[in-house]
Ligand binder design. Structure first.
Ligand SMILES: *Cc1c(COP(=O)(O)O)cnc(C)c1O
Length: 389
């Protein structure tokens, strides 16, 4: 990965391999449906149980009736595709994932539109990214159409779990892990793929309220040549202690600096960051290999560019950012990701500094534009939305 310090005049790239992969058309859901057939004898929650579960939605605590599954074995490849009852897994205590963390995951949502139809957002982006992550973790790749098919079949089985309230969605969590019982250190020969689904309300309970950020100078999320660009549980495991440090300082989230210069902003534990300048330019850190390439980041770059804004991938030093916030050159800072969508950062603090950021006009604009497309209130000129059911 290039370690550039390209001038901030370079327009943000809309043509990354992931963006290109996401642009390849996916067959209609009707053509993919049935690749993960619904198994027999799967008990469903009663309407009353489901209604109770859907009343007070938080993030990721309630799960639907089913899960999609397939198993890969070395030599034979992927098999056993199906949608089965949601429930506890039986796993050998020697399963490699429990010892060496060989695991990758995705996060994508299903949205109910006003006419009752159910849609998702750029599923091929997540399909391609799962495989980028899988390659780094020495896990087998899943055919991209099978990834989308697993979402189609699971959402069709659990369609009644897709909520319709404002900001609500069915959060889909595909994941792949090493299930082979073997303590030797090598890529596992048996691997499971599951998709579970969780009806969810807003990620941050205070909505579009600005959040506060602790910039840690003690920990890094990722290092050069490591797994920062992959969506893997280990990155999250290593973010928990610094997240605790942030919480102890009274902050909502932690922000990481790069591990080489220890000066440049990278991202939050699970969200990319963007900065809005007083001339309307939006800047976001370069994809250096230590940053996760967000689908939301990519969509926002496209939306802002098409709205006539200059969007640049830049090296954003903490020192420079603090000076620019102080001088008024930087007006807004926001974070973005599938789970929380777009969130303004209202306070940036760390060892020796504590600043507030007042602006949030562009943040609100981009939030409304994006969720307008996702929930079907705005037209989708990009072909980003994919009808699941
Ligand atoms: C998932 C994730 C993001 C956001 O990616 P989206 O595709 O926009 O949801 C950002 N950073 C990290 C570390 C992530 O794991």
């Amino acid at each position: 990965m290039p370690e550039t310090s390209a001038a901030a005049s370079t327009p943000a790239s809309l043509e990354t391999p992931l963006a290109r992969a996401a642009a390849v058309p996916v067959p209609d859901a009707d053509a993919l449906a049935g690749r993960f057939p619904l198994g027999p004898g799967t008990a469903a929650a009663s309407d009353a149980e489901r209604a109770r579960a859907l009343t007070d939605l938080h993030f990721g605590s309630v799960f639907t009736d089913h899960m999609a599954h397939a198993r890969w074995t070395r030599g034979a490849g992927w098999a056993e595709h199906g949608v089965v009852a949601y429930g506890d897994l039986t796993l050998s205590p020697a399963a490699a994932v429990l010892h060496y963390g060989q695991e990758v995951f995705e996060g994508i949502k299903a949205y109910r539109h006003a006419d009752g139809s159910i849609w998702t957002f750029r599923p091929r982006y997540n399909a391609a990214r799962l495989n980028v992550s899988a390659r780094r973790l020495a896990l087998p790749e899943l055919p991209e159409e099978d990834f989308v098919a697993s979402l189609v079949d699971l959402v069709r089985a659990d369609a009644r779990w897709v909520p319709s309230g404002e900001g609500e969605s069915l959060y889909l969590r595909p994941f792949v892990f090493a299930s082979e019982p073997f303590l030797g250190v090598r890529p596992a020969g048996v691997v499971d793929y599951y998709v579970i689904a969780s009806p969810s309300g807003a990620y941050f309970t205070h909505g579009l309220e600005p959040i506060s950020i602790w910039v840690t100078q003690n920990y890094h999320r990722a290092g050069r040549g490591g797994t920062g660009f992959a969506k893997t549980g280990g990155n999250y495991a290593s973010s928990l202690l610094p997240q605790g440090e942030a919480a102890a300082k009274g902050c909502d989230q932690v922000c990481f600096l790069d591990d080489v210069t220890e000066r440049n902003l990278e991202e939050l534990g699970g969200m990319n960051i963007m900065v809005v300048d007083d001339d309307g330019t939006v800047r976001t850190p370069h994809l250096t290999g230590t940053i996760l390439e967000g689908s939301t980041r990519s969509a926002i770059i496209r939306l802002l560019t098409d709205a006539g804004r200059r969007v640049v991938e830049d090296t954003i030093s903490l020192e420079g950012l603090l000076a620019d916030i102080d001088s008024g050159r930087v007006r807004e800072v926001f974070a973005c990701g599938t789970a929380a969508v777009v969130v303004p950062l209202g306070r940036l603090t760390g060892e020796g500094f504590d600043v507030t950021i007042e602006g949030c006009a562009v943040t609100h604009e981009i939030h409304d534009r994006l969720i307008g497309i996702q929930y079907g209130a705005h037209e989708d000129p990009y072909g980003w939305m994919y009808r699941l059911a």
